[in-house]
Design a protein around this ligand. Structure first.
Ligand code: NAP
Length: 197
């Protein structure tokens, strides 16, 4: 008798990651543990269309190199360049379709921070996104953040780490330390490539 093996439980944590920092990693690990996910993919946005025009975004290759170095060999975390390999704006709906085409038995969990959850209804084909993946909000302690325009989501409580990529960029630009905020490997890539100066 052939026994059907259940598909992998895959978390998708997308981001611009310009640069990645410990807030991203703690949220990804908390979601992975809380939901017993086989893996969390940190999906580097190739062309973050909603941020285009608001500021200069670092080259996708630089952001990918930093995320790879940040994750290094953390068990349960992997880096995906799937959105960089696809031309045009990075739509999460396309990413989920591609992941399911590659692994039809997989169960997908889309992991969102507070701001991403609050702006979810503005996403391209957001209803399709919600039909392809379970939505998970990695939430700071306090009242739950709902996912905009959606009835069902899961909440995973994470730490209140008031760290942002904006803060890291400003620190680098003004010569302040980013030690302990950005994992050492990612900080080394950032320095080698002379980013945010
Ligand atoms: P980002 O700034 O690099 O952040 C990545 C994720 O980490 C976000 O969910 C963010 O939550 C979370 N995060 C950041 N700092 C944190 C901290 N200190 N503690 C816990 N969590 C923290 O990426 P982004 O530019 O917001 O993009 C997020 C994803 O949404 C990307 O995959 C992007 O492609 C996707 N997106 C898709 C569409 C579409 O149309 N399909 C539209 C917009 C965005 P916050 O949201 O709270 O910052």
């Amino acid at each position: 008798m052939v026994r059907h093996r259940p598909g992998r439980r895959i978390g998708i944590f997308g981001g611009t990651f310009d640069p990645p920092h410990i807030g991203h990693l703690v949220a990804a690990v908390d979601a992975q543990q809380a939901l017993a996910l086989d893996v969390v993919l940190l999906v580097v946005a190739g062309e973050p269309w909603q941020k285009a025009g608001t500021r200069e975004i670092s080259a996708a290759e630089d952001r990918l190199a930093m995320v790879r170095a940040a994750v290094a060999d953390t068990p349960g975390l992997e880096v995906s360049a799937i959105e960089m390999e696809r031309p045009g704006p990075s739509y999460t709906a396309d990413t989920l379709v591609a992941l399911l085409a590659a692994e039809p038995d997989a169960e997908l969990f889309l992991i969102l921070g507070n701001d991403a959850a609050a702006g979810f209804e503005s996403w391209e084909r957001h209803e399709e996104v919600a039909s392809l993946a379970a939505l998970v909000v990695v939430d700071r302690p306090g009242s739950p953040t709902p996912v905009d325009g959606v009835r069902r989501w899961t909440r995973v409580e994470t730490l209140e780490l008031e760290i942002s990529s904006t803060e890291i960029r400003e620190r680098v630009a003004s010569g302040r330390s980013i030690r302990y905020l950005v994992p050492p490997g990612a900080a080394a890539v950032l320095r080698e490539r002379d980013l945010y100066r």
